[in-house]
Design a binder for this molecule. Structure first.
Ligand SMILES: [Zn+2]
Length: 87
């Protein structure tokens, strides 16, 4: 992942955090929002690491489109679709 891609994902995370913070939440979804905010906060820290964007399980690069939708994701599509696969 290059510097430009990192910057793009970082901007995406910040935008998502901002919109989640601004949204008026029902008590039911507030807990979920809090969880998502925590995950995005973690992703923001992880993005500085060299292995950000690599699948936690198989080590393959995670698709850019997936990272831009869910920056906190730690698994590639293949591993998400095959949760029982062990490496
Ligand atoms: Zn994987």
């Amino acid at each position: 992942m290059n510097k430009h891609q990192r910057a793009k994902i970082k901007a995406t995370i910040l935008t998502q955090i901002e919109s989640l913070t601004e949204e008026t939440q029902s008590p039911e979804s507030a807990a979920q929002t809090k969880l998502r905010l925590e995950r995005l906060g973690t992703a923001l820290k992880r993005i500085a690491a060299d292995n950000y964007g690599e699948c936690f399980k198989c080590g393959n690069p995670i698709q850019m489109s997936q990272l831009l939708t869910f920056p906190e994701t730690m698994l590639c599509i293949g591993c998400l679709n095959n949760p029982r696969t062990q490496t």
